[in-house]
Design a protein around this ligand. Sequence first.
Ligand SMILES: Nc1ncnc2c1ncn2[C@@H]1O[C@H](COP(=O)(O)OP(=O)(O)OP(=O)(O)O)[C@@H](O)[C@H]1O
Ligand SMILES: [Mg+2]
Length: 399
Amino acid sequence: MVDDLFSSYLESPGVFRDKNVLTSNFIPKKITHREEQIKQLASVVAPALRGYRPNNVFVFGTVGTGKTITAHFVMKELLEAARKNKTAKIKTIYINCKMKKVADTEYRLFAQLLKEFGCNVPDTGLPTDVLYRKFFNIIDQEEQIIILVLDEIDALVNKVGDEFLYNLTRVNTDLKKAKLMIIGITNDLSFSDALDARVKSSLGEEEIIFPPYNAMQLRDILLERATMGFNDGVLEEAVINKCAAIAAQEHGDARRAIDLLRVAGEIAERNNETKITEKHVDMAEQVIDMDRVTEAVKSQPKQSQAVLYAIIKSVEEKDHSLLTGDVYDAYKEICDVNGLKVLTQRRVGDLIAELDMLGIIHTKVISHGRYGRSREISLAIGGNVLNNVKKILIDRFGE
Ligand SMILES: Nc1ncnc2c1ncn2[C@@H]1O[C@H](COP(=O)(O)OP(=O)(O)OP(=O)(O)O)[C@@H](O)[C@H]1O
Ligand SMILES: [Mg+2]
């Protein structure tokens, strides 16, 4: 009986040759269409090979534009070059500041850094400046160049401020033997605006920008993965083109393109189909959106959820296009019923703009000449995704 239960699964070759290749953890050997950025970053860090401190560099670009893999790649090549040419000692440290429990507070960041040098400190308890001094002493024990990659640096700065960065960039003035360089990576394009001017200028000694990928570039990236990831003959070329086109229309996000391709394959496999078609890509888009939007809505603060609910209700009630004022009335009502504080119309306008950023709604600013401007609002989600979101909001605020 049990044999039968899995026999069809085991007998069919499935669509995947190696599914791992189609996950975002997989590190490809070749990075396509980032020659320019690789060259730029390499030229910034190259002085380390001669024992000089490279300039700090600030790397930014929207999600899935290859910042993280490029940084990893250049670090790997740099260490390789240092080893081959027996240059000064170079140590690279990669830290993702979004990682919970690893570097999501200043204390944890320094504890993590110390760990890199074999020094364990308790999880909490010591004053941060003790950790800072320990770090300073430990790195200055020998002549070395330390390259610290702080990925998703905005996450940490938004949480704890930018003073730790100030301290880190200033450390070189007191170091005698070691030199420290920082590579800060973010996908928040306005991040540096919020930094203290001193931090901004020392971290941004150099800047490298990662533009979104276009459909052609995404296609090349996908082709590379597909050849390794899928069995022969499973995939129509139209499928790759479609995944690339969808991702290019959004943010030029390679992660999104790869996810679409993988999920399309999973759906085909689950339905016991041997070929992946464009239909599966449509279904994949739905599945992914469902997860992404549901997660985003659930994690919003209550006020934003109330605003979103007001928008959804207003869309259903009005037959003309929706303006901020229409939403505000509905919003006030929801606040009344739920005992929520009513925010000003201006603040609600900000929350509307944030929902737009999350891709849940669309807004368009309309100018009324000298009568000012207003925002025209529509929903960016529909079908099952919308129904699901509505369910979440009704649970929260009632019908
Ligand atoms: N040029 C490329 N060639 C091959 N794969 C790529 C390329 N660019 C991105 N990828 C793949 O796309 C995914 C996202 O890339 P990466 O993590 O480097 O993006 P990112 O810019 O760091 O995004 P985020 O801002 O979200 O951290 C990864 O799985 C990566 O392997
Ligand atoms: Mg990244």
